[in-house]
Design a protein around this ligand. Structure first.
Ligand SMILES: *Cc1c(COP(=O)(O)O)cnc(C)c1O
Length: 383
């Protein structure tokens, strides 16, 4: 029953399924001092910057490690040691941003809404007006723990209007959801290789406003995560400071070449939106319910309520679906039993249709019935 000779499709928001051309790019070894490798690094920085049209305003600083390393680098490099950061929270990644800010010894305030409620510019205005000591605001663009999209353009305008500095975790939105640095004011925006640009995991990158980064020498309390040092070293030598993730860099370069050839951000958004629509249509037809309201759902990852049938448990369900060739993601909500399905990666609506079929077959194999029947009966009785 299981697909022994091919990898399962990853319906997880990083690592995700990459194209064959991207995987094939990793079959060579590169010297970190070699000019040919440093040409690739320069091209990757250039192509990433072009995605958000930030050439005139921001520099792209790549950093080894998973996405969180780059977030920690951004906060630690930009926020002065006596700075005060307001973190906007509606999920696990907002909580992580708050935690790392505090661990680095910066003063922290938080503003939290429920997992299914976006932060609004009015919320941020109230918080900033109530505390003049806040210097920085941290926002998660798409909160991957549910798939909720926070209103980045409105919040960015508000923060800039109040003369504060905005740090955006755009990890799961960058490359798919439009972000234009010419229209949206931010001082730092962070993303990583293994999300919507469909590379392998292993490096993050931060777009930092050049005039801001120039002021950041000596602020970082960490050697490895100092983005100012990483940037100035790279500008001076064309090389990475410390061992680069060579295979990841060349794979990201290949992924970006395919990204541009396929039509860039608008095309990526359309494919993910088609994946998301196909997924939600197929799952709701089966009786699943989506956790978020459609108006605030980003086409990146979808949270579904788990079946209410007492025979359901995530692990056996996951195993059944996995045996059919698809990897699901557990839920990340503490109050509710949910699971998540990613819409991103080198897949299209056809793969999503197969995934929905795999879910249906798995439910059948486990003898799980969906709650839509009792619900329909209750409605009939009421009428
Ligand atoms: C993936 C992701 C991160 C980074 O997570 P890592 O596990 O460190 O790669 C941060 N924020 C958001 C919103 C993400 O989706």
């Amino acid at each position: 029953m299981s697909n022994v000779d091919r990898d399962p499709i990853l319906l997880t928001p990083g690592p995700l399924t990459t194209s064959l051309a991207t995987k094939a790019a990793m079959l060579r070894d590169w010297g970190s001092w070699d000019a040919s490798f440093n040409t690739v690094t320069a091209r990757v920085r250039e192509r990433l910057t072009a995605i958000i049209d930030a050439h005139d305003t921001h520099v792209c600083v790549p950093l080894q490690g998973s996405g969180t390393f780059s977030i920690e680098g951004a906060v630690n490099t930009l926020v002065p040691r006596d700075g005060h950061m307001l973190v906007l929270i509606n999920g696990a990644y907002g909580k992580r941003l708050a935690k790392l800010t505090e661990m680095m010894g910066r003063r922290l305030s938080t503003f939290e809404t429920a997992d299914d409620v976006p932060t609004t510019a009015a919320d941020v205005a109230r918080a900033l007006d109530a505390d003049a000591s806040i210097t920085h605001v941290g926002l998660i663009h798409c909160e991957t723990s549910t798939g909720i999209l926070n209103p980045l353009p409105e919040i960015a305008d508000l923060v800039a209007g109040r003369g504060r500095s905005l740090i955006v975790d755009a990890m799961s939105s960058f490359g798919a959801i439009p972000i234009d640095a010419k229209k949206i004011p931010f001082d730092a925006l962070i993303a990583a290789s293994g999300k919507c640009i469909e590379g392998p995991p292993g490096m993050g990158f931060v777009f930092v406003r050049k005039t801001v980064l120039e002021q950041c020498a000596g602020r970082s309390t960490s050697l490895a995560l100092d983005l100012y040092d990483q940037w100035t070293y790279m500008e001076r030598t064309t090389q990475w400071r410390y061992t680069p993730p060579t295979h990841v860099v060349v794979a990201v370069d290949a992924a970006l070449e395919q990204y541009v050839a396929a039509g860039g951000q608008p095309a990526r958004y359309r494919r993910y939106a088609a994946n998301c629509e196909t997924l939600i249509a197929g799952m709701t037809a089966m009786g699943f319910k989506v956790f978020l309201d459609a108006r605030i759902q980003a086409p990146i990852i979808v949270t579904f309520h788990a079946p209410t049938d007492p025979k359901y448990a995530f692990k056996p369900f996951y195993d059944e679906v996995r045996n059919r060739g698809f990897i699901l993601y557990p839920g990340k909500l503490t109050q509710l039993e949910t699971f998540r399905v990613g819409c991103i990666g080198a897949i299209g609506p056809e793969e999503i249709r197969h995934a929905v079929n795999a879910v249906r077959d798995s439910l059948r194999a486990l003898g799980i019935t969906m709650s839509s029947k009792p619900l329909a009966a209750a409605t009939a009785k009421a009428a």
